[in-house]
Design a protein around this ligand. Structure first.
Ligand SMILES: Cc1cc2nc3c(=O)[nH]c(=O)nc-3n(C[C@H](O)[C@H](O)[C@H](O)COP(=O)(O)OP(=O)(O)OC[C@H]3O[C@@H](n4cnc5c(N)ncnc54)[C@H](O)[C@@H]3O)c2cc1C
Length: 425
């Protein structure tokens, strides 16, 4: 863990004053809090301790596993996660113009696995355990009731009336982010006429670490390996159809899932627990402002296509932790405008490019227009048949290659100077 510079002025002066306060204890917030504390920041985490409430799983791709390794969390997850070695995309639209099947294999880009699929509740339990073991991470088992940015700090009042201040607030408080509102950051939001039903299954044939995504005219239905002969299922459909599926009895839903999967996994048996998620695309106009930065779903909501959401959230967490670590080591204010600008610059292209790509993929699947269907089929054909293109798609799907690009040098009129001005986009 980097040590604080002993020459830095002590801001604590006996009151509850932190370098950083993270609001929200979902997987993105917990990861950010751990990474910030490990990076040397005196960190507060304002999050209710509650068991993870749904049965979602996450396909952790590319650098996400390295990041969790760095947080000393991955060793507690490894045995509960299934390796993803092959990804199949199957056009199951039944349309006149259909795309050929595309198969991505990790060996083709020299990897042992694209990533690992794990139940969110297992991941969150491992993150909670690690967070509890860090001496410079203080947990407030509470909600943030008000978040008030001021010139030199942000003041947070918790639900039980406790007051604390921090130089920087990390808003990890999900889709309806109070922190985002406090920073005056607007959101561009579009509800999709789709819902995702999630449930887990056991099956009679092995999955062989192959994740299969069936593309239907209402959205994708994906079977993602879990340890043993089990898979998690994310079934995207119209809200009405998703409600209907959710209401089915266990046997009926097992039959429906088996039919949807064309029996590639043999007999299917659904496990207890189903959750429904109305889908939307949301992006804030900025990723930072007024001593607040946004991570996880406070910073991006995208449909579950290509397993990108939390992978983006973990990159948010890694980036803000690196930026803050540099600031506190240099005795700089971690909530200063230049810190916010660096964060906004680092996250903007990654988040916007993924949101755009997923939106296009989803729209092209739903479109009834023949030219769109032809384009989609041609694109899939190229991916399937042109090796270099396929390999590029695989590498970029794991993490953007330009993440190593240097941020701009500090000038008041630099390309991301907008990060501190809510009205600038
Ligand atoms: C069906 C589905 C499948 C998905 N599959 C994948 C996948 O395979 N791979 C992937 O990378 N992503 C996936 N995603 C996306 C991923 O699930 C989300 O990106 C991720 O769960 C968001 O985590 P988060 O911590 O940002 O938000 P949340 O999990 O929503 O956490 C926010 C937390 O903040 C708390 N909070 C809110 N307000 C306050 C407050 N005022 N004070 C204190 N706490 C507060 C909430 O109680 C909550 O605990 C999927 C999404 C869906 C819908």
């Amino acid at each position: 863990m980097p040590r604080r510079n002993v020459n830095c002025p002590d801001m604590s002066d006996g009151s509850i004053f932190y370098d950083v306060a993270v609001v929200g204890g979902g997987p993105a917030g917990l990861s950010a809090a751990i990474a910030l504390a490990q990076g040397g920041a005196n960190t507060a985490l304002i999050a209710r301790r509650a068991p993870y409430a749904d049965n979602r799983t996450t396909a952790l791709l590319g650098s996400s596993v390295d990041f969790l390794e760095r947080l000393e969390v991955w060793p507690h997850c490894r045995d509960h996660a299934a390796a993803l070695r092959t990804m199949r995309l199957v056009d199951d639209t039944g349309r006149l113009i259909r795309a050929p099947e595309v198969k991505f294999s990790c060996e083709e880009i020299g990897l042992e696995a694209f990533g690992y699929n794990i139940e969110n509740r297992t991941l969150v339990a491992a993150l909670e355990q690690r967070a509890a073991g860090l001496s410079n991470l203080t947990r407030f088992d509470d909600e943030a009731e008000t978040v008030t940015p001021e010139d030199a700090a942000v003041v947070i009042r918790t639900g039980s009336g406790q007051l604390l201040s921090a130089r920087l607030v990390v808003g990890a408080d999900g889709r309806h982010s109070l922190c985002r509102e406090a920073a005056g950051i607007e959101v561009v939001a579009r509800e999709l006429k789709q819902s995702a039903l999630t449930f887990n299954i056991s099956h009679s044939r092995p999955h062989r670490n192959v994740s299969t995504e069936f593309h239907t005219p209402e959205g994708p239905c994906v079977f993602v390996p879990l340890p043993g002969d089990r898979c998690s299922v994310v079934w995207v459909a119209s809200p009405k159809e998703a409600e209907r599926l959710k209401a089915l009895g266990d046997e009926e839903l097992s039959d429906a899932a088996e039919k949807r999967s064309h029996s590639i996994l043999g007999r299917v048996k659904v496990e207890a627990g189903r959750n429904l998620f109305p889908l939307a695309i949301e992006r804030p106009r900025q990723f930072a402002g007024k001593r607040v930065v946004l991570v996880g779903e406070a910073a991006h909501v995208i449909p579950p296509i290509g397993a990108q959401g939390l992978n983006l959230g973990l990159r948010d967490a890694a980036d803000i932790a690196d930026i803050v670590s540099e600031a506190v080591t240099a005795c700089e204010d971690p909530g200063a405008p230049q810190t916010l600008r660096r964060y906004d610059f680092k996250r903007r292209a990654d988040v916007l490019s993924r949101t755009f790509a997923i939106d296009i993929a989803n729209r092209s699947l739903l479109s009834d227009l023949l030219p769109v269907q032809s384009l989609r089929a041609a694109g899939m054909h190229l991916l399937g048949s042109v090796g270099p293109l396929r390999r590029l798609a695989m590498s970029e799907g794991l993490a953007p290659s330009w993440r190593t690009r240097k941020p701009p040098t500090e000038t008041p009129t630099g390309p991301s100077a907008e990060a501190t001005s809510p009205s600038s986009t």
